[in-house]
Design a protein around this ligand. Structure first.
Ligand code: NAD
Ligand code: MLT
Length: 527
């Protein structure tokens, strides 16, 4: 596997990548766009920060690309649809730099309202003059936070210790979150803008948030309002802010991010009551080490085909949740892999039932694992957690899930039912203890089989001598049987056996076994 590090990450991050065997890492943070487009076809993964545009133009050339690692939080430079369509996993590090971004926000707020950079420049020019440098206290002022997510909430709690009154506008979070942080909820952005002495934005850049603080908001803002943008360029519209600064509506601003970075021509750079930094929010030793090591581990996990907690184009899972789901993901994938190795008919419908303790869990990721297992056997490496559902949809497969609190004799049970035009196929399984998988049923035959890499499934007439004949043929092919279980269906005089064998069973051996009188089907299953 080849990984391209296209933007600077910490040395600790590079070292974490190099720990992995069978991976080669190229660090080229100086490539021009043309050079990047020329070499990207060689790479399985790319690691970027906020500057590299990972878009259609790049995907078109990146035929081997499996993982995009965003060393940081915002993914506005990454075309998510294009990635998902191609099964490319996008991972980021949303938690790793939030404290640094929150502290930088506060730094900008303080330095702009106390004229610190301007004062610094003046005294460094050997001029002792404080006549026009009077600032304002934060104590007793109202801070309006737009977006009370990870960073917004860190800013909120920290600024309460400055005795600020904190209000926030975020229509996408619960009232409980406002209460948790002791923040007054504003139902409308206008209400926040009218009331705030300081406004700081902490939303992602989306169609809805771009320019959300603009001309109309500055019209109703308090005269002398102070603003900070340490989120994304353009959330506070630059032209409108420049006008509001010229009109004296905005007294000062702290701006870490600009539209079209790197940007050295924004009108906001011309004001000496605006403190600008070149996207430094996450630039601390702590955050960069944290980001670098986290992204390295995530990219490597994703390359190994594992589920990653911070995959942006997958259901969100906390590390703890992922740990709890791990065995079920493995079971789901295992059950899914049975279908195309035992049946050939095109699938019309997939019905998944989760029972017992699974009924109260977030099972959507297990469904992805099942679908991945089902399609992987016929579509190979291009199927993964990211595109498994899309593949099902594009193939016209209807996928449904149901949950049941009772799981019969089991604590948890996954039952998979696959319908094709003329048949239905079922397979079920459970997890015992801490990760011991069991196949409990195949097409109505009950089992208690521990799945292994190489398995043989045979269905035959339930009469003496059948098992012996298959065993003899395996022996003749020098295939050792590790374990064996037999299950019978008394109603139709049929039986099924599942064998674990020590190696793969070749087509010729399978053909011989399928030729035995009374055998309906013998299939090899590779897990
Ligand atoms: P987050 O996802 O935890 O929080 C974002 C919040 O914005 C969410 O609560 C969401 O509900 C809210 N939101 C979304 N749309 C909204 C809307 N229209 N109106 C009001 N609220 C809305 O994100 P975060 O980790 O707190 O990051 C916030 C921002 O900071 C992002 O833009 C991120 O890219 C940026 N960031 C910048 C730096 C930097 O170096 N300057 C560092 C880290 C993060
Ligand atoms: C982020 O989104 O994490 C920040 O913009 C920081 C960065 O990319 O360095």
């Amino acid at each position: 596997m080849k990984i391209l590090v296209a933007e600077k990450i910490s040395q600790k991050g590079i070292e974490a990548l190099l720990q992995e065997k069978n991976v080669s890492v190229d660090v080229h943070t100086d490539y021009t766009r043309e050079q990047l487009l020329e070499v990207i076809e060689n790479y399985d993964a790319i690691i970027v920060r906020s500057v590299t545009k990972v878009n259609e133009e790049l995907y078109e050339k990146a035929k081997k690309l499996k993982v995009v690692g965003r060393a940081g939080n915002g993914v506005d430079n990454i075309d998510m649809k294009g990635a998902t369509k191609r099964g490319i996993i996008v991972v980021n590090t949303p938690e790793a730099n939030t404290v640094s971004a929150a502290e930088h926000t506060i730094g900008l707020m303080l330095s702009s309202c106390r004229n610190i950079p301007k004062a610094n420049n003046r005294i460094k020019g050997r001029v002792w003059d404080r006549s026009d440098l009077k600032g304002t206290e934060l104590r007793g002022k109202t801070l309006g936070i737009v977006g009370l997510g990870r960073i917004g909430s860190l800013v909120a709690t920290r600024m309460q210790s400055f005795r600020m009154k904190v209000i926030a506008y975020d229509p996408y979070i619960t009232d409980a979150r406002f209460q948790k942080f002791g923040v007054e909820k504003k139902e409308k952005l206008e209400d926040l803008v009218r009331e705030a002495d300081f406004i700081t934005v902490h939303t992602p850049k989306t169609e809805e948030t771009l320019g959300m603080i603009g001309k109309d908001q500055f019209k109703i803002a308090k005269k002398g309002v102070r603003v900070v943008n340490c989120a994304r360029g353009g959330i506070i519209d630059e032209e409108s802010l420049a006008e509001a600064l010229r009109d004296g509506i905005v007294a000062s601003a702290g701006i870490d991010v600009l539209v079209g970075e790197p940007n050295t021509t924004s009108p906001l750079l011309d004001f000496d009551n605006v403190v600008n930094t070149p996207h430094l929010g996450a630039d601390t030793f702590e955050a960069q080490d944290n980001v670098g090591v986290t992204i390295a581990h995530e990219v490597l996990s994703a390359l190994r085909g594992e589920m990653v907690p911070n995959a942006v184009n997958l259901p969100t899972l906390a590390r703890q949740e992922l740990e709890e789901l791990k065995s079920y993901l493995k079971l789901g994938e295992t059950l899914g892999k049975h279908y195309h190795q035992l049946e050939k008919d095109p699938i019309e419908k997939v019905e998944i039932s989760y029972s017992g303790e699974l009924a109260s869990m977030e099972t959507s990721t297990i469904t992805l694992a099942l679908l991945k297992g089902i399609f992987e056997t016929i579509l190979k490496e291009r199927v993964n957690y990211v595109n498994a559902r899309l593949i099902a949809k594009n193939r016209g497969v209807d996928v449904t899930e149901s949950k049941h609190s009772a799981a019969g004799n089991y604590l948890n049970l996954i039952q998979l039912k696959i319908s094709s035009k003329n048949k239905t196929f079922t397979v079920s399984g459970t997890v015992l203890g801490k990760g011991d998988l069991r196949i409990t049923e195949v097409n109505g035959y009950e089992f208690d089989v521990s799945p292994s890499n190489n398995m043989l499934v045979a269905e035959y007439i339930d009469k003496p001598g059948m098992i012996g004949q298959i065993g003899t043929l395996l022996g003749a092919s020098k295939i050792n049987i590790a374990t064996m279980q037999v299950s019978r269906n008394c109603h139709v005089d049929r039986a099924m056996m599942i064998l674990s064998v020590d190696c793969e069973v070749c087509k010729d051996s399978l053909k011989m076994m399928n030729g035995v009188e009374g055998v309906f089907n013998v299939s090899f299953i590779k897990l």
